[in-house]
Design a protein around this ligand. Sequence first.
Ligand SMILES: [Zn+2]
Length: 162
Amino acid sequence: MAILKIKEYGEPVLREKSLPVKEITPEILDFIRDMAETMYTDSGVGLAAPQVGALKRIIVIDGHEEGLIALINPKIVRREGEVVEEEGCLSFPDMYCKVKRSSKVTVEAINQQGEQIEITKEDLIARALQHEIDHLDGILFIDRIGKTKRQILLNKLKKQKT
Ligand SMILES: [Zn+2]
């Protein structure tokens, strides 16, 4: 197992679209284990493959009491409600902002056994699912907030880096 390097905002790979995984090979399963280890090491709630530089449609989420949720080719098929909560991202260290998301989502995906599954989640896990699936399309949480708020965040980020 290995801890992977997390790409931070500004790296072009975070803006690219990931490709579907066609076959679940031992390499893919190893990669999922590495992603999970990386997420837990950095105390993240979730991690998407492009955040470690791989343009594959794979996400991992810390499902708390139910353990690790690892999804291949996930797709949101149903949404319900709306809620605004504070959100962060491992690619934006120490930055948080309020983002509007659906409060409940149903996601279709393939699990590590290669089975087609459907899960319905609410609250924090629903938020993490939407955030991580966005990453697979090159969408970042700062794209989901107002222009002014985004500018403030990006300025803060610039100051951190200099
Ligand atoms: Zn993120």
